[in-house]
Design a protein around this ligand. Structure first.
Ligand code: KG4
Ligand code: ZN
Length: 344
């Protein structure tokens, strides 16, 4: 299975085999291209995907020692994401599928993230609870089987990584500054400042981080610019986010009685979050899985794996064009085997 991912500013391709597992994967990040503009410019992203996909795919096949004739299917990210960027990946995948006479499968980007830990040797069995925390998403999902996902809670405003990045920017730490903020927080004194734990006082598993950012702005305006104070502020902010994520994850573990917890997304690299989750998981007797960082962030290996799982389960591709900028995860269904013609 060839996987193609172009939903945002990473151009990624991967080859995945049912028996072999991941054969090769490549990610080209456009970060430099967009840096001058302070954020992702959709039209530039689309154009760069067009420019990079053919060369990346040729290099990928060469690295795996495979020829086009060895590819049995093409999986591509059909959404959610930037419409133009998605269309490039979709057009590319469909064209290859047509030329190579193999099926193409439309994959939901978040299904890719949810299944990414299955790229690892110690792949978690279903069911598991997934905490997806990145620059774009904050979600707790009950992963029961392929295509059977129950969204238990999600962010009503900023994603956790986005909140880290915005506060890091206020502290003059550059962009994306989540990791830099966490480093600064190491020197901070716990309890020197205290920020609210958003939505912990209410039932439910949704998150909201924009108010926390506002609290940080107010505290920073009133505080001095001394290094120790900045570190204290970073520590207070990190503690508030981590406590919220850990507590809501614990509630979700209690609710689902999941035997396993999977943590994905860039914020999953945060040391304090990992410590907090490890302690909670021990309390609940569940195992914790972290995909390696390159599978936590956007990649095509997870798309190839998801497409392979769906094709193997009987889903049939068609030659229609599917690119959905918005696509709620709740609309996803388990693989739908093609209708078997009735015997006459
Ligand atoms: O999954 P990811 O690589 O991709 C996007 O969603 O784009 O997540 C990136 C996010 C950024 O917001 C970054 O600041 C945050 O993960 N991040 C961290 C840490 N390392 C990366 N946030 C907190 N602590 C960290 N150590
Ligand atoms: Zn993603």
């Amino acid at each position: 299975m060839l996987g193609v991912e172009t939903s945002c500013d990473e151009t990624a391709v991967a080859l995945y085999g049912g028996a072999e597992g991941l054969l090769a994967h490549r990610v080209y990040s456009q970060t430099e291209l967009h840096a001058a503009w302070g954020g992702v410019v959709p039209e530039l992203a689309s154009r760069d995907h067009v420019a990079k996909l053919p060369g990346l795919t040729r290099a990928l096949l060469a690295e795996a020692g495979l020829a086009p004739g060895d590819v049995g299917g093409v999986a591509y990210t059909a959404g959610p994401g930037l419409a133009g960027a998605l269309l490039v990946g979709c057009g590319f995948a469909r064209a290859l599928g047509y030329a190579w006479r193999v099926p193409t499968v439309a994959v939901h980007h978040l299904e890719g993230h949810l299944l990414a830990p299955r790229l690892e040797a110690d792949a978690p069995d279903f069911p598991y609870l997934a905490l997806l925390v990145s620059g774009g998403h904050t979600m707790l999902v009950d992963v029961r089987a392929l295509g059977d996902y129950r969204v238990l809670g999600e962010s009503l405003d900023d994603a956790a990584g986005e909140a880290f990045d915005k506060t890091a920017k206020l502290l003059g730490l550059g962009y994306p500054g989540g990791a830099a903020l966490a480093r600064l927080a190491e020197a901070g004194r716990p309890g020197a400042f205290r920020f609210p734990r958003p939505m912990l006082d209410r039932p439910g598993l949704d998150f909201s981080f924009s108010g926390l950012k506002t609290a940080a702005v107010v505290a920073m305006a009133a505080a001095s610019d001394e290094p120790q104070t900045r570190a204290d502020l970073a520590r207070a902010f990190e503690d508030a986010i981590v406590d919220t994520l850990v507590e809501k994850t614990a509630r979700a573990l209690a609710l689902t009685r999941s035997p396993r917890l999977v943590v994905a997304g860039g914020v999953g690299a945060n040391r304090r979050l990992r410590e907090g989750l490890r302690a909670k998981a021990a309390e609940y007797g569940v195992t914790v899985h972290y995909p390696r960082p390159e599978f936590c962030t956007d990649n095509a290996a997870m798309i190839a794996l998801a497409g392979h799982a769906r094709l193997s389960a009987g889903e049939r591709g068609d030659l229609g064009f599917e690119a959905r900028a918005r696509w709620p995860l709740s609309e996803l269904k388990p693989p739908a085997p093609a209708a078997v013609p009735a015997a006459s």
